[in-house]
Design a protein around this ligand. Structure first.
Ligand code: SF4
Ligand code: SF4
Length: 275
């Protein structure tokens, strides 16, 4: 089923669904798309990267890796194969979408598709509100969840400005393959009832030298992934782009950038690149 978002620039409320979490996110999309398409210069990106590296992630001052995802909205045709690939990789039920593809209509550019994974914020509000430390940032700068510590309070779901988290209300249906996994925050299987979950940039696949499942599953090559320190991102077609130059040259923006969350996901607009 299509998720349609109307982001009328005049009032930002037209066609909004009733779910309050989605409404918050949609407002963010409206702001970014209609008024706040924030162009990043290479200098700004470097400043962001430097700030992030200096945060002493997970107690380590030398966090080197700064993962970056770049989503080219001009290439996305809304097929949702990224969502399906993610669900397969993480044994998710059909209604659990860690990368969700929204239909956006910003009233300016016409309708387009906007895939939304976890933004892997440099300053993650979800981590900041978690009362038990279950949500943490690992030494690679990735925000993960330790389900052994999660008490199901859902503060993190309320705090995430991108509605990127899901909550497992019922005992999940398990498969033998899923049950065969030994739990770790980097591969949080088997799924549990009563805990928060979200996209984790497929940290387990990186150890095998693979791209995240959504990136690999995108037939359009719309999603690129890489290490900002290497200044390179790669898509499913094996195309590699220089990160800083690509962002600077194509009017890249981040969702709700004004909140200071420091997303690691960058969007290339579907039109008006070099405006
Ligand atoms: S698989 Fe690629 S083209 Fe299809 S919805 Fe996801 S990002 Fe868009
Ligand atoms: S997008 Fe949401 S879940 Fe992901 S790091 Fe940011 S606040 Fe946390």
């Amino acid at each position: 089923m299509d998720e349609r978002i109307s982001t009328d620039a005049s009032n930002g409320n037209e066609g909004e669904p009733t779910d309050p979490q989605r409404r918050r996110f949609i407002k963010g999309v409206g702001i970014a798309a209609a008024t706040g398409v924030i162009s990043l210069t290479a200098g700004q990106l470097l400043a962001e990267g430097a700030a992030r590296a200096s945060q002493g992630l997970d107690g380590k001052e030398d966090a080197r890796l700064q993962y970056a995802m770049v989503i080219d909205l001009a290439k996305c045709d809304g097929c949702k194969k990224c969502t399906k690939a993610c669900q397969k990789e993480h044994f998710l039920a059909e209604d659990q979408e860690w990368i969700k593809v929204y239909k956006v209509d910003d009233g300016i550019s016409g309708e387009y598709n906007l895939p939304r994974p976890c933004m892997m914020c440099a300053n993650p509000p979800c981590r900041n509100v978690c009362p038990t430390g279950a949500t943490f940032v690992n030494s690679d700068g990735l925000t993960l969840i330790n389900h052994d510590k999660c008490i199901g309070c859902r503060f993190c779901l309320a705090a995430c400005p991108y509605s990127a988290r899901t909550f497992t209300w019922k005992e999940p249906e398990h498969t033998p393959e899923e049950l065969a996994h030994t739990y770790s925050p980097e591969m949080p299987l088997p799924h549990r009832r009563g805990v928060a979950e979200k996209c984790m940039f497929c940290v387990h696949r990186r150890k095998e030298g693979k791209l995240p499942a959504c990136v690999e599953g995108c037939p359009m090559g719309a999603i690129y992934f890489g290490d900002a320190a290497e200044n390179a991102v790669t898509n499913s077609k094996g195309q590699t782009l220089p990160l800083r130059e690509t962002l600077a040259d194509n009017a890249a923006y981040r969702l709700r950038d004004h909140l200071g969350t420091g997303p690691s996901v960058f969007y290339l607009p579907q039109r008006g690149r070099r405006a």
